[in-house]
Design a binder for this molecule. Structure first.
Ligand SMILES: Cc1cc2nc3c(=O)[nH]c(=O)nc-3n(C[C@H](O)[C@H](O)[C@H](O)COP(=O)(O)O)c2cc1C
Length: 603
């Protein structure tokens, strides 16, 4: 088809242009153009100035093309992962083409191809990334990190404001992505332990930033079915009141420790769990401590205050709702607004002094040491955060105990400035909860600490003290499933006679074959202190063989007192037994983590 000046209303130049354009149009474009011209005002003809290809693109994008987004999470105990999945479901509902992945599963060479990247990450250790975020974090800070000018991003950071490096990993990603040229399309949000409301707001901000209008949602055909874990009506917001069926001190007389084995009834709750999951307990503060604090503050127990739009007495608010036992720099800074005491100002400003002061002290110390303050009861409660739930690894298998969950809870107690103190939850369990009473609980699933699907896979479990808890669940489950895979437990504590937690269970499982190898380290029984990492070293050759044959390593317990040394030893064993340099061993271990063959639940 060639247009002639003579039989058209166009001048020569226009005909020339049209003759260049018309032969390039496909049928779809011609039909679209006919429709467009029939309804467009005269000025709308300017659309002809657009390159032909973009017309199709524009029409298609209006009609069908969804925005795409990648959500990467860094998560140790599952919080960030659950939020990332929630955001994924929300964006999918809004018509966005979403991919949700762990940072460790993400191929960094894909980074340049992304248009929208959302990061949800917690912080662990002393301001370090969770295990599955370490490599991606290193990559973005490394020489091979690409320029990312085409990328839009936003970060949701999870943390705990009582840590010095609050939400540091999230802040790192936020800063580094900006340095690499990416555009921040919603500001970073830093969440404390009570993160639900802030996270929900961030979801909305992110959605608004990439979903221009609801038409996209209407046009897209996305499967928005999302999995609800557990299938129970009970959750952190709506806890189940579980009856305490059994409470036994596992430590013998003369032990330095008190560790309770607690059996909870889940009957009628519909709650389900898998080995590796935890139970969250919503604890209460010690009534006696609350009374002393209110007296020191000069308030009345019965004064009425408002907390989260609810009116309650000051005593109730401080016992049931608000944290009074942990000090942090942000809290001290807020308290400073209510005093002109120069000593308090000096404390807050001196980095060394405040860190030293907050360790092992609580609000009662602040009031006694630096009071009086100019606040009233309402202003005082508004400074405090909600009492965080406490997570405990489940020590039983539901395959063996359908309506029960067992926990292993070590009582925390210490003395500072001559006053005895207790852990909020462990103190409540040890001192103020009896068999027959009920505790508000919920299930916290941890996808990063899980038995292998294949029952033939060998497992190596390393734990000290209460770190033994999930391994009791693992072995009870494997016994119930009659799994044929080998299993090796390394357990450490202080004394054989008083601290061998669940000794008869392990011995029973060794006897019937559910547990293949059992190695213990009782640190204070001999002249020299022996810890689990020393036992690992003694068995280095066999351990390396197990790992090379595909075994999965699990570590549970105190990070500083145990997991860090175990980690060093695993590196040393890989280097020595595998004939590798330190760098090669680090790569080997990091690839084990990447394949979820080195999983840690540390605290
Ligand atoms: C051993 C340990 C160390 C932690 N260190 C920090 C820290 O340095 N800074 C911080 O903001 N939060 C810290 N936290 C708090 C976690 O970031 C917070 O509990 C978060 O909700 C966990 O999310 P996740 O389940 O996705 O890992 C730490 C928690 C644990 C158990």
């Amino acid at each position: 088809m060639t247009l002639q000046v003579l039989n058209s209303p166009f001048n020569e130049e226009q005909v020339k242009q049209l003759n260049v354009l018309l032969p390039t149009l496909n049928d779809y474009q011609k039909i679209w153009l006919t429709g467009y011209l029939s309804i467009a005002p005269a000025a709308g003809v300017a659309v002809l100035e657009e390159p032909a290809a973009s017309i199709e693109e524009e029409v298609k994008s209006i009609a069908t093309e969804p925005q795409s987004a990648t959500i990467l999470y860094g998560s140790q105990t599952g919080n960030a992962q659950a939020l990332a999945e929630k955001l994924g479901a929300k964006l999918a509902e809004a018509g966005v083409d979403v991919t949700v992945a762990s940072m460790s599963a993400f191929k960094t060479n894909q980074l340049k191809k992304l248009t929208n990247l959302f990061i949800v990450t917690s912080t662990h250790g002393e301001g370090t990334p969770p295990d599955n975020a370490i490599q991606f974090h290193e990559f973005l800070y490394g020489k091979r990190a690409p320029k990312l000018e085409h990328l839009q991003f936003s970060v949701l950071a999870l943390g705990d404001s009582s840590y010095e490096f609050f939400c540091k990993t999230g802040a790192d990603f936020d800063e580094q992505l900006e340095k690499l040229g990416a555009q921040r399309i919603a500001p970073r949000v830093d969440c404390d332990l009570d993160y639900d409301a802030l996270a929900a707001q961030w979801f909305e901000d992110v959605k608004k930033a990439i979903v221009a209008n609801d038409a996209q949602a209407a046009l897209s055909q996305v499967n928005t079915a999302t999995k609800e874990v557990g299938g129970s009506e009970y959750s952190k917001k709506n806890p189940f009141y579980a009856e305490v069926l059994e409470k036994i001190n596992l430590n013998g007389r003369g032990s330095n420790k008190v560790t309770y084995h607690l059996e909870l009834s889940l009957e009628g709750s519909g709650l389900t769990y898998a080995p590796g999951d935890s139970i969250g307990i919503l604890p209460e503060n010690d009534e006696q401590l609350v009374g002393i604090l209110i007296e020191a503050l000069g308030f009345q127990q019965t004064e009425v205050v408002t907390v989260e739009q609810q009116s309650l007495t000051l005593a109730e608010a401080l016992q049931k709702k608000l944290e009074i036992t942990v000090l942090s720099k942000p809290l001290l800074q807020k308290i400073q607004n209510y005093t002109v005491n120069p000593d308090f100002a000096a404390l807050v400003q001196d980095n060394y002094k405040w860190k030293d002061y907050v360790y092992g002290r609580d609000l009662l110390d602040v009031v006694q040491n630096y009071g009086p303050f100019s606040w009233n009861a309402q202003q005082f409660v508004e400074l405090l955060r909600k009492i965080p739930a406490r997570l405990y690894s489940i020590a039983s298998s539901q395959a063996a105990n359908e309506d029960e969950a067992h926990l292993t809870i070590g009582k925390v107690s210490y003395e500072t400035d001559g006053r005895g103190r207790q852990g909020v939850c462990s103190g409540q369990i040890a001192e103020r909860i009896e068999i027959g009473q009920k505790l508000p609980i919920y299930i916290h699933s941890n996808p990063n600490f899980k038995l292998p699907q294949d029952d033939a896979t060998a497992i190596i479990m390393i734990g000290a003290g209460t770190g033994i808890a999930p391994f009791r669940s693992f072995i009870e489950e494997r016994a119930a499933r009659e799994a044929e895979g080998k299993s090796w437990l390394f357990f450490g504590d202080q004394h054989f006679v008083t601290d061998y937690l669940y000794q008869t269970d392990w011995q029973g499982w060794i006897k019937d074959g559910a547990l293949t190898n059992l190695t213990t380290a009782f640190s204070r029984d001999g002249d020299q202190k022996i810890y689990v990492q020393h036992r690992l070293q003694e068995h280095a050759k066999e351990l390396y063989e197990w790992i090379e044959q595909g075994a999965i390593i699990y570590v549970c317990g105190d990070e500083k007192a145990m997991a860090a040394d175990v980690d060093k030893m695993i590196h040393a064993i890989v280097a020595e037994q595998g004939g590798k340099s330190a760098e090669q061993a680090a790569e080997y271990v990091s690839s084990l983590k990447q394949q979820q063959r080195y999983q840690r639940d540390v605290y």
